[in-house]
Design a protein around this ligand. Structure first.
Ligand code: ADP
Ligand code: MG
Length: 290
């Protein structure tokens, strides 16, 4: 391999919005046969909005939203931003103070607001929920939306449904990757219903849902152990470990610093269409060198 050709390809990549950490990344890119894709913020825009808020019997929805919005104000996650924006809009821009804030990647957030313990996050066991909340959850998931539960002092007080849309280029990019012999796999921390709805829209047949950040990394390790040369594409703090364990970690330019720091390659334009361009560039460059 001539260093000059690699350098030229690296420069060409930069022009196309594909930043590689070093020229050796092109070789990894050429060899991959499996592309694992995060859902929220990667295949979808990550620009979420509150679509629905359903309170448990005896709870006032505006009040629950106000407390949830206050805690989520501290979160960087697209779900958190959507909830805070909706709370501000509906309850006035002054959100109360939060103490003891903690965020768990891929799970949710918690904190104390006005003396109440507020938790917002992934519903673990829907069967414990009031009927209205269970219905809201099921309906949201059948449409590929994400539903989170707000707990006040340990009791489920509301289901908040947030929705974002599949990126306009995702469908074509997935089809092209497959056309190039790469198998797409969807990997998400979101629940199975929402995951399969998005996978179905994109024609992705392999889906792993409800994966914690550690589980994401484990799945990558399993694929590699099975002989797959695996790229992982993600945007979130929750993807960083998986990005680091893949043969090639790929971050979206729109993603978090943690994701970009853990990746060998960054798609500056923040969409997976430029991944298709990148693979083509790597294959062409290294084919001429050999
Ligand atoms: P993805 O893998 O699709 O990018 P994440 O791992 O970031 O999704 O999130 C997984 C799940 O964790 C979300 O669907 C949600 O239920 C919960 N979650 C994560 N962050 C938050 C937050 N700030 N507020 C509420 N729920 C959250
Ligand atoms: Mg994500």
């Amino acid at each position: 391999a001539t260093p000059t050709a690699l350098l030229a390809a690296t420069g060409r990549g930069a022009e196309l919005g594909v930043l590689v950490r070093g020229p050796e990344v092109l070789e990894s890119l050429r060899r991959i046969d499996t592309v694992v894709l995060d859902k929220t913020g990667t295949l979808t825009t990550g620009r979420m909005e509150l679509a629905e808020a359903v309170a448990a019997p005896g709870e006032a929805v505006e009040e629950v939203l106000r407390l949830a919005g206050a805690v989520e104000h501290r979160s960087e996650h697209p779900i958190g931003r959507a909830i805070t924006a909706a709370a501000r809009q509906r309850c006035g821009s002054e959100l109360p103070e939060v103490s003891g804030f903690a965020a768990t990647a891929g799970v949710g957030v918690l904190g104390t607001v006005e003396g109440r313990q507020v938790r917002v996050g992934r519903p673990d066991d829907a069967s414990d929920l009031a009927q209205d909340l269970r219905d809201a959850l099921a309906h949201a998931e059948s449409e590929g939306r994400t539903a989170v539960v707000v707990e006040l002092d340990g009791r489920a007080a509301a289901v908040l449904v947030v929705g974002d849309t599949v990126r306009p280029g995702s469908w074509r990019a997935v089809r092209r990757l497959r056309g190039m012999g790469l198998e797409p796999v969807l990997l998400t921390g979101d629940r199975p219903g929402a995951a399969s709805a998005v996978a179905a829209q994109l024609g992705i047949r392999k889906v792993h849902a409800a994966a914690s950040p550690e589980r994401k990394a484990e799945l990558i390790a399993e694929l590699r152990a099975a002989g797959r040369t695996t790229a992982m594409v993600g945007d979130g703090v929750n993807d960083a470990v998986a990005l680091a364990s893949a043969d090639l970690g790929i971050a979206l330019g729109s993603g978090t610093d943690a994701a970009i720091g853990a990746a060998g390659l960054t798609l500056v334009r923040g969409d997976i269409e430029s991944l298709v361009v990148a693979v083509r560039l790597a294959r062409r460059t290294l084919a001429t060198i050999r």
